[in-house]
Design a protein around this ligand. Structure first.
Ligand code: AMP
Length: 293
């Protein structure tokens, strides 16, 4: 099977998370971290990001073991990005308690020569200006997979539109589709998004699975039933990481979505990245085959 290389940009964070199952402080988190660890179960992505001097050595070891190269992971003087979230009783909705940019405030990624020719680039959730900056430094034309969040739709639409213009595959939550287009009809709003750039749009429906809209068609994937959702943080990023790893290995879009879905199902079974790291290869294979049948 052909394997291409992946460049991955996003946040690397220390998260404080409260769910109905408890509270954890300073967990290894961030969009790029979840995506890298998920993808890293299959291929070794190369990471672009920044951490502060307070970043735990255990976290560094995990990233080292997960990634191909960390040439563009900068360690800067100052605190690591921190995010706090508290989930509602329904387990799905959440409030952001705090976002402390720390070293991300002055982050201006600069790609090493090694990383300037990726086959795939996964722009995980981060300010679209940073996503653009990384795209601008690629010497080739990689397949661009982009994830975003409602915050950027609300605050940085211009930059987001520029990123979307250069995006091949957009990952977006159901609610963000409406935020982005102002339209409620799923078919129409996806067409509107496709007219902004991405030929393929993957809409994530949370516990109801995901739908892929290539041009003029659509197909959906369900989820793996999970007995107890402990912490939903990072499910979308884990999905994205799994998906991109699949595409890089030459899987069909459907099989790549299945891989993403399987990885998201592990993610939510424990706090932080624990369950993605601990899942056995056999468990991963068995969830993929459950979704494929
Ligand atoms: P998700 O549950 O998919 O929204 O992803 C949660 C992860 O996104 C957490 O680990 C956070 O550290 C990270 N995160 C939260 N807010 C932001 C932000 N504004 N920019 C980048 N990453 C963020």
């Amino acid at each position: 099977m052909k394997q291409s290389n992946i460049l991955l940009l996003g946040s690397i964070a220390l998260d404080t998370i409260e769910t109905s199952h408890g509270r954890r402080d300073d967990l290894l988190g961030g969009s790029a971290t979840y995506a890298a660890i998920s993808a890293g179960r299959f291929v070794k992505p190369n990471l672009v990001g920044i951490i502060g001097t307070d970043f735990p050595s255990a976290g560094k070891t995990i990233l080292q073991n997960t990634c191909g190269n960390l040439d563009d992971l900068i360690e800067a003087e100052g605190p690591t990005f921190r995010w706090g979230g508290k989930y509602h009783e329904n387990g799905d909705d959440r409030d952001t308690l705090f976002t402390e940019l720390g070293v991300f405030a002055d982050f201006s990624p600069s790609l090493s020569n090694e990383n300037k020719n990726p086959d795939f680039i996964f722009l995980a959730n981060i300010h679209p200006a940073l996503q653009l900056r990384v795209l601008d430094q690629c010497d080739n034309e990689p397949v661009v997979v982009t994830d975003t969040m409602n915050l950027w739709i609300a605050t940085s639409k211009d930059d987001l539109f520029k990123v979307m213009k250069r995006t091949d595959i957009l990952l977006i939550n159901e609610s963000e589709v409406e935020d982005l287009t102002g339209m409620t009809d799923p078919g129409q709003s996806v067409k509107e998004i496709q007219s902004m750039g991405p030929k393929t749009v993957i809409v994530k429906h949370g516990s109801r699975g995901s739908t892929c809209y290539p041009e003029n068609e659509s197909f959906s994937i369900g989820v793996v039933p999970v007995e107890t959702v402990i912490d939903p943080t990072g499910a979308g990023d884990s999905y994205g990481g799994g998906l991109v790893s699949g595409l890089a290995e030459g899987l069909t879009m459907k099989d790549a979505m299945i891989r993403g879905t399987a990885m998201a199902s592990f993610c939510i079974e424990d706090f932080g990245v624990t369950a993605i790291l601990n899942a056995s290869d056999e468990d991963i294979a068995s969830r993929i085959s459950l979704l494929s049948s």
